[in-house]
Design a protein around this ligand. Structure first.
Ligand code: NI
Length: 268
């Protein structure tokens, strides 16, 4: 459901890059094409859709084939880690060679939900870091309550770069991620009341390492938190962070867009 007409944002010259949106999610089944097609007219000029498993990775590639401003990443989410079989790695590598696939993701560790056993999650992450290394692609990393193990694994692959999405770690971890060449990405969580830690990092982070994302359909920014999220709400995250950093929203949109183009090696 798009915002009601009265809430529709003014069309400005803002050009946001939503670096993480799950448009293959079933919550978009009734309006996916219409919604995606409307994004460039609503200030969102680029979208990257990460895959969360084999089927999801195929689905986001299909979306990227249909919309010129949509790109894809392929990967197996830590929630799905125990569905990964060794036979799937070559198929994943095949998908990674598609011209619109710009990253391996969403991969990582989730010790909050622990949907898959931790050693399976670690195995799955390591295998996909190897895959990113051989495909020459950056990674999109999910790290929930697993900061130490995540950092240890990223450190083991010094030639791989990427982004830690929906950042929730400490300033200390952020510094180490920057030293490893990683970007850090923020969602609508920065508009929530309990976002103090994320805001601390977001205020301090060098501008050239910052990315913006929705993680749609999840994590809708305030004051729309009860609605399904989509890329048109990214503006609210951008405005919150721009105010925090003392720059204009347009400047932050432009900078984070440039950062995304650089990390994901997208040439327009
Ligand atoms: Ni996600």
């Amino acid at each position: 459901m798009a915002a009601p007409a009265g809430e529709q944002y003014e069309v400005t010259n803002m050009k946001l890059f939503d670096t993480h949106a799950h448009y293959d999610d079933s919550q978009f089944d009734h309006d996916r094409d219409e919604l995606i097609a409307s994004l460039p007219g609503q200030g969102v000029s680029l979208v990257l859709c990460p895959g969360c498993g084999m089927r999801s990775s195929r689905a986001v590639i299909a979306l990227a084939e249909r919309f010129p401003f949509v790109y894809a990443a392929v990967g197996i989410h830590p929630h799905e880690a125990d569905t990964m079989t060794a036979a799937e790695l070559p198929a994943l590598l095949d998908m990674a060679e598609h011209p619109k696939v710009k990253a391996v993701g969403e991969i990582g560790l989730d010790y909050h939900y622990d949907f898959a056993p931790r050693d399976t999650q670690l195995f799955c992450l390591r295998a996909q870091m190897e895959l990113a290394k051989s495909a020459g692609l950056p990674v999109i990393v999910h790290d929930r309550e697993a900061h130490e193990d995540t950092l240890r694994l990223l450190r083991a692959f010094p030639t791989v770069r990427g982004v830690v999405h929906c950042y929730s770690g400490s300033m200390e971890s952020a510094k180490e991620l920057l030293a490893l060449g990683y970007y850090i990405s923020f969602t609508g969580v920065v508009t929530y009341k309990n976002a103090r830690k994320a805001l601390e990092t977001a205020a301090w982070l060098p501008g050239e390492r910052l990315l913006l994302e929705t993680d749609a359909p999840y994590l809708t920014p305030e004051p729309h938190r009860s609605h399904r999220n989509d890329s048109t709400y990214l503006r609210l995250t951008c405005e919150t962070l721009a105010a925090l950093r003392g720059v204009s929203a347009e400047a932050l949109a432009a900078q984070t867009r440039e950062n995304g183009l650089a990390l994901f090696n997208i040439k327009e």
